[in-house]
Design a protein. Structure first.
Ligand code: BT5
Length: 253
């Protein structure tokens, strides 16, 4: 993907690029260089040998068919608002994929983008904190673009499986970076409600019954709303519970 730089429409996002044929994890590399590079730096790889999800889970992605990359931002955001960053990234990816494919992707709390109920993008945002604020944040994004099959044990899909055609990965990347840069203004201005409102417009899960697994707990209830810190309010057994992380399954009730 050598021609990335020429195809970008952004001012800062992706203007410095570290591109690898193979690397352990773009997030790990980005975390190591975050303190010494400018905001918007892109780390991208054709293949990750140890691509990571949350809680030590792995991200599996066929080389040369997909996008696996990380963006470094320095948002000067209070630690208590960090949860908004996964929603911000999910919103940007959703809008970019919709424009590129004419499909209708959905945001799933806290960090996925789904098409037809299957995961086509995962987001891993990792922060370095100092004095209650994030000094740098690495937003790792994996998008299944042209992969044509997935292991049976994961409910995954790709843009090409859903649309029935192959996509130019650099076009998809450029569209995602443009949306990340566009919505980043709201992060900078601390307009978190604007991000959450836009995110909600792509998230049919609100109002639905769901099961949420977090550590060893399993909770069931109705997803009521998203708070300005990005947490999910679940109504369960007459109580409102505030959740900052977890794995959601929608129940057909
Ligand atoms: C995520 O974690 O979804 C975050 C994935 C972030 C990946 C990017 S790639 C670039 C950057 N560098 C990294 O090392 N990571 C980031 P989580 O919500 O924990 O979901 C992980 C789960 O998703 C796995 O346990 C599988 O069940 C499933 N999964 C793995 N690979 C997948 C794929 N290609 N498509 C859909 N689902 C997948």
């Amino acid at each position: 993907m050598v021609e990335i730089a020429e195809r970008l429409t952004t001012r800062t996002f992706g203007r410095r690029i570290f591109s690898f044929d193979s690397i352990d994890s773009t997030n790990s590399f980005a975390k190591n260089i975050a303190h010494e590079v400018e905001e918007g730096t892109l780390v991208i790889a054709e293949e990750q040998t140890a691509g990571r999800g949350r809680l030590g889970r792995s991200w599996q992605s066929e080389r040369e068919n997909n996008l696996t990359f990380s963006i470094i931002i320095k948002p000067d955001i209070l630690a208590e608002h960090l949860g908004v960053l996964s929603l911000y990234a999910g919103l940007a990816v959703t809008e970019a994929l919709q424009a590129q494919t004419q499909l209708v992707p959905h945001c799933k709390w806290p960090n996925d983008v789904l098409i037809g109920g299957k995961k086509c993008c995962g987001i891993l945002s990792e922060s370095t904190l100092a004095r209650e604020k994030a000094t740098s944040v690495v937003i790792g994004i994996g998008i299944n673009v042209n992969q044509s099959s997935f292991p049976d044990d994961i409910l995954a899909t790709s843009l090409s499986l859903e649309a029935g055609r192959v996509f130019d990965r650099v076009n998809v990347l450029a569209a995602v970076l443009a949306k990340l840069e566009e919505w980043y203004r709201c992060i900078r201005m601390q307009e978190y409600t604007r991000i959450i409102d836009a995110w909600k417009s792509h998230a049919p899960m609100l109002g639905r019954h769901m099961r949420i697994k977090h550590n060893d707990d399993v909770l069931e209830g109705i997803a009521r709303r998203i708070e300005t810190d990005g947490s999910l309010i679940l109504q369960s057994n007459g109580r409102e519970l505030k959740l900052t992380a977890g794995d959601v399954s929608i129940l057909n009730k």
